[in-house]
Design a protein around this ligand. Sequence first.
Ligand code: PLZ
Length: 452
Amino acid sequence: MTDTMTSDPVLGGPGLPQERRMVTAIPGPKSRELLARKAEAVASGVAHTVPIAAVAAGGGVIVDADGNSLIDLGSGIAVTGVGNSNPRVVEAVTRQAAAFTHTCFMISPYEGYVAVAEALNRLTPGDHAKKSALFNSGAEAVENAVKIARKFTGRQAVVAFDHAYHGRTNLTMALTAKSMPYKSGFGPFAGEVYRAPVSYPFHDGLSGAEAATRAISVIDKQVGASNLAAVIIEPILGEGGFIVPADGFLLAISEWCTANGVVFIADEVQTGFARTGAMFASELFGIVPDLITTAKGIAGGLPLAAVTGRADIMDAPHVGGLGGTYGGNPIACAAALASIEAFEHDGLVERASQIGAKLVDRLQQIQAADSRLGEVRGRGAMVAAEFVRPGTREPDAALAVAVAKASIAQGVVLLTCGTYGNVVRFLPPLSISDDLLDEGLDVVAAALKEIS
Ligand code: PLZ
């Protein structure tokens, strides 16, 4: 880290003072100015959760135009695992931008793309021969995984699950479960998409085996294995509520897929790259997916996504059948290689576990004294607090939203999720310090206490 990083307040990165600092109410005057321009210039469908004008970020903080420094417990939705403006990423991106910014990999290949593919083939679960293809966004990776599975199997149907989130493009809207805000009014959706019940232990009380039997029966009877190209599932369901399926559920589904010639796709867009205390969440459940989709954490904030999987499946599409102008952009690939170096050599997988233990410990203490906190769950630095009406399992979305709002007002970026909107999710950058994490949790605890 250089001196300029620590002395220039406009530069982000780990050199930013690691503190919560409130100099105005949120939003402050300069943030208000930007939000007014946003309201005039940006389509109102594009919402925002934290009403600030961000000017710098790094370590565990986000700084706004008014000089407020907020503790980041969201990582821009699980993206900046290596931290904002991670020095390895900054250096790699700067060097690559000066060398060349774009040739289009389909026109003139370059090493960065190939090296990212090699790294993904090595890091994803399973020892079998693997190949990868790179894209720009999680949704685009999911779209391509489905294309590849259809071509490989010669079948059309795809099964997704209750509470699933896979993106906002037409096919991925069809795969996504929740209507508002993702789908409502945006149909018709892509065909041949079917939905099966997932395992949600807090609400269904089923064992993994029971939930799998229920899901497989729906798939078998309502779709039929011989029509089914792929089953897609997030190993821990993200936007749907950080739902951790009961033990054995994922394994049973993946084994059924293997036995029936169905491609099993793990969507690790949110769970991937150290987030859950493993490089990929599939490892935690003992599953080896046929295909795995990744994005978000892969490149320290630059847009990059991938499909990685069994070489025979990945090679099913004809030459020219996969691609896109920007897929595997050289700057994004440089950022990915630097991020992967950070994940592997800066102890970030272990750090995710430590952060998770701290989060769960503190949230369980809160839960012991507050029956509105129905369940604390998660793996690694992907932890959820599900709020309910005391003594029931009825979702209390208003409470989750109020806790997040009050925390943001006090300088802690906190996100919600869940089909019922009643889950507060903790996704800190893995570069956050213990002190900031503790202070962030203090603020959340105080916010909850004040809301009656
Ligand atoms: N698959 C599992 O979590 C993106 C969505 C935020 P893109 N999740 C954040 C929002 O409201 O748009 C996501 C995911 C999983 C796919 C995606 C889609 O990834 O990079 O947003 O396209």
